[in-house]
Design a protein around this ligand. Structure first.
Ligand code: PLP
Length: 411
């Protein structure tokens, strides 16, 4: 693990990694924050969340911490580990909390995301997306040079050989997992080809095979627990067969990772599964709240809703309508609609770039221009990616301001 997050540790990291500066978020302020971030942290800490300028991305810290503890203990009770996916929060501060709670490591989707988080001191990173271009092989290998814990995802023999060459040049042995498809989005199909790829990798001395990834994106948001469970277990059967084949051949299977918030309480039924790449459980959003829980409830309430966007009323002059300052650039998707906390009768339309339009027949009170509303976001990952910082709120007061470390890192 790198030393605590500090400008000195970042400089050491940058020097050691050999990464091109253009590829790395380089903070300049004390404690790794830019001067603007430091000003923001100092000036807003302690104020009521209702005094924040909007749109403002907020997380309720009690709920966030409870979600981290709940996930960690429920997975452990089933013999599984957590390898939370940082594509959801993109925050080194939140990753640190997950690791402190006992997570095995952190996942990232993009190499730029991994670079930003590693530069901020998070070194146990497993990539869940492959890096097939020459430039990204170089960038990913720079991360292996910095951290012996970094894990590359591979689903193709040429890419495996390119990584092995890069590892030889860097004079190191690089960890890899094979990404085995569940469905058709990404990964090598679950079958003999996947086993053959694992065998090839195991013969490359510069690569250290650790096991396999098998993420089922299609099952996570299935409404109704029974259907979600049946589908997830059926979808992963061929991957479980690959796992068994690797085991029979004596190939490494110490990692068999996948799943997410929707199937965290199903994955233990897959023989050999080791850990779950949970992301959205931290925050919950309109999409996830609607999928239903294992007891048959229509609300998925295993985790608390912690993430909101605060918005301000800009116009109240038309009956049954309000206009706010939070449109598509504050909330991304408009399907499903954002929810307005405490106002079940309001329909929130974020279809316009800069404005949200609320229509309602009934509201709990009348709203003046300048009043604030709290919104539950349609889907958390892309929303978080829109903001420079997230306000950590406890009992309605700002306790901390965290930069979104890997904001915009989509390469
Ligand atoms: C590879 C992978 N693993 C895990 C997750 C996290 O899923 P969730 O937010 O549903 O927990 C995602 C989300 O898209 C993903 O792409």
């Amino acid at each position: 693990m790198m030393p605590a997050d500090s400008p000195a540790s970042r400089r050491t990291f940058l020097a050691a990694s050999g990464m091109a500066a253009a590829h790395v978020w380089v903070p300049t302020g004390a404690n790794g924050y830019t001067p603007e971030e430091m000003r923001e942290r100092v000036s807003t800490t302690g104020i009521s969340k209702w005094e924040l300028d909007t749109p403002a991305l907020c997380v309720d810290l009690d709920a966030l911490e409870a979600n981290i503890a709940t996930m960690q203990s429920r997975l452990a009770a089933k013999g599984l580990g957590a390898r939370p996916h940082a594509k959801t929060h993109k925050s080194a501060d939140i990753a640190r909390k997950q690791l402190a709670a006992g997570a095995l490591g952190i996942c990232t989707s993009k190499v730029s995301e991994a670079e930003a988080l590693m530069a901020a001191g998070i070194d146990r990173i497993c990539m869940t997306t492959t890096n097939p271009s020459a430039s990204k092989v170089r960038r990913a290998m720079a991360l292996s040079r910095t951290s012996p814990h970094f894990i590359h995802a591979v689903d193709d023999e040429k890419n495996a050989r390119d990584l092995a060459d890069a590892a030889r040049d860097a004079k190191l042995t690089a960890n890899v997992v094979i990404d085995v498809a569940v469905g058709t989005r990404s990964g090598i199909p679950a079958g003999e080809g996947a086993v053959a790829l694992a065998e090839t990798i195991s013969r490359l001395p510069q690569l250290r095979l650790r096991g396999l990834l098998s993420y089922d994106g299609g099952a996570q948001h299935i409404t109704g627990f029974a259907t979600r469970r049946t589908t997830a277990l059926k979808n992963i059967e061929a991957n479980a067969a690959v796992f068994e084949a690797l085991k029979r051949k004596g190939l490494p299977t110490e990692i068999f990772s996948g799943g997410g918030t929707g199937t965290y309480n199903i994955q233990h039924e897959v023989p050999g599964f080791t850990d779950v790449q949970v992301g959205s459980y931290l925050f919950m959003d309109m999409q996830y709240l609607a999928i239903g829980n294992a007891e048959g409830g229509v609300v998925y309430d295993d985790f608390q809703r912690s993430l909101t966007v605060l918005a301000t009323v800009l116009n109240n002059r038309f009956p049954g309508r309000l206009t706010t300052d939070a449109g598509a650039k504050a909330l991304t998707l408009n399907v499903p609609r954002a929810g307005v906390v405490g106002e079940p009768g309001m329909d929130y339309n974020a279809g316009s770039d800069e404005f949200g339009v609320i229509t309602y027949k009934q509201a709990t009170k009348s709203y003046a221009i300048g009043d604030k509303l709290e919104l539950v976001v349609p889907h958390c990952d892309p929303v978080v990616n829109l903001y420079d910082q997230i306000y950590g709120i406890r009992k309605d007061r700002v306790e901390v301001v965290w930069p979104i470390t890997a904001r915009g890192k989509s390469q």
